[in-house]
Design a binder for this molecule. Sequence first.
Ligand SMILES: [Zn+2]
Length: 140
Amino acid sequence: MEREIKLIVVHCTATPPSVDFTPERLEACHRARGFRTAGYHIYITRDGAVHHMRPLHEAGAHARGFNLHSVGVAYEGGTDEAGRPADTRTPAQRAALLDVVTALKRTFPQARVKGHRQLSARTGKACPCFDAEREYADMV
Ligand SMILES: [Zn+2]
């Protein structure tokens, strides 16, 4: 691993619960935006399945200015049916997300866990629609 990982950044896809945003759709969507493949390293769908989208040794494309030294993890969801920001994580997603963050912290003990919006005060984003920094604050 040549990359120094300082941050584990949590995202949502900003899709409502009724949208089945499969890993294939995520990848197609990111390719359409000009990325080589999905911008996140790890993607967790509503069923709690963990999809490895991009090797950890490669920089992601998920947080402008922070990609070089971070790992990006996203969960499927993040808005209600009207498109308003909402923590739509299913119990399976919460459990999987905790497992993934725990494993990443074990691999990169020096890394801090933050939600996308917590990277800078100027993002103007709601992503990931819950307080990731607080939720994983007790993690050793
Ligand atoms: Zn995000």
